[in-house]
Design a protein around this ligand. Structure first.
Ligand code: ADP
Ligand code: MG
Length: 315
């Protein structure tokens, strides 16, 4: 099996008596987007600093690109990009001058101008390249920061709340950028407080009070929250309690069947796409007119509420 790009085992970090990160174990495969989701103060930045070698763990093991972060070689450092939570570029330099400066830090010599133009294009700042950074909007600064992080073509990119405080349209765009980067084979570790952004990740780690509650795909998180896939069924006529009872007895219905209105049902199943056609056939036999039937995909805000309510903390 391929080595994971990031691997931690029982990772903990203590500041005095405060335990910021507690017993965190996970691994991230290459070429994926890993979303690290948790509220403010849950330990996101601390974890990221442990992974990049800024902090040393109090306990536990870390391997990033097969090395301990405290002993990164120059070569490994160059494979990593890190966008901190706070903007760290120069306010009194222009967009171009900032990128140029970062490029020289990383020793990007050959084809530098081409690379900078490419990145400015990517983050849609080409028409602002001569603007002094002080005059940029918050969203533009974030985009510039992202461009600066990508200059040396890192294989592994850490982004600390890149979408915080940005309007939803721009946030969406950022995630499009991240997916483009992932499609080029890079790995992204992205922290966020917006649970809705789970939808754009390949894997999601849910962090609360320094503890990693679970790691799973967004689809599986949804299934864990509700016990399976959810199907919404609307009929043309009144659904009697007898119909509900009959449904519950069907062999292909393993989960809950709930009447959510006089003409609507909510059915939890193992697999919505195989069960929907079976339900349609069944309804036909029962002379029940189906007005609509579809998989219900509740937004991730609701999924997280559900997960926290269930206290789901296994594996
Ligand atoms: P997040 O990035 O999720 O907001 P942090 O990792 O910044 O969370 O913080 C996690 C917890 O650790 C918080 O309670 C914070 O106060 C504490 N903490 C973080 N850094 C330090 C530090 N250098 N010294 C003491 N406490 C810290
Ligand atoms: Mg933080």
């Amino acid at each position: 099996m391929k080595q994971p790009v990031i691997y931690t085992q029982n990772l903990s970090k203590q500041f005095g008596s405060e335990e910021a990160v507690k017993d965190v174990t996970f691994s991230i495969p290459e070429g994926t987007i890993f979303g690290f989701i948790g509220p403010s103060g849950s330990g996101k930045t601390t974890t990221l600093r442990l992974l990049t070698g800024l902090y040393r763990p109090t306990e536990g093991k870390i391997a990033v690109l097969n090395e301990a972060p405290s002993e990164f070689s120059r070569a490994t450092q160059r494979k990593i990009g890190y966008m901190p939570q706070l903007f760290v570029l120069y306010d009194d330099l222009s967009v171009w001058e900032n990128l140029n400066f970062v490029a020289s830090l990383y020793g990007v010599g050959f084809g530098r101008a081409k690379r900078l133009n490419e990145l400015l294009d990517f983050v849609e700042l080409s028409s602002h390249k001569d603007k002094v950074v002080r005059k940029l909007s918050g969203g533009m600064k974030r985009r510039l920061s992202l461009a600066a992080t990508l200059i040396h073509r890192p294989k592994l990119i850490f982004l600390d709340e890149p979408t915080a405080g940005i309007d939803p349209v721009l946030r969406r765009k950022f995630w499009d950028h991240f997916q483009t980067i992932r499609e080029q084979g890079q790995t992204l570790f992205i922290t966020t407080q917006y649970v809705g952004e789970a939808a754009y990740c390949d894997y999601v780690g849910v962090l609360a009070n320094g503890r990693l509650l679970m790691v799973d795909t967004p689809k599986n998180l949804r299934r864990r929250a509700y016990g399976g896939d959810i199907i919404k069924l609307r009929t043309a006529d009144y659904v009697s309690p007898q119909v509900v009872a009959a449904l519950r007895l069907l062999p292909f219905i393993q989960g809950d069947v709930t009447r959510t209105g006089p003409q609507t049902l909510r059915i939890v199943t193992d697999n919505a796409s195989t069960v929907i056609p079976l339900l349609i056939d069944w309804a036909k036999e029962q002379h029940l007119t189906v007005e609509s039937i579809e998989e219900d995909l509740p937004p991730f805000d609701d999924v997280f509420v559900e997960l926290v309510k269930n206290g789901d903390t296994h594996g």
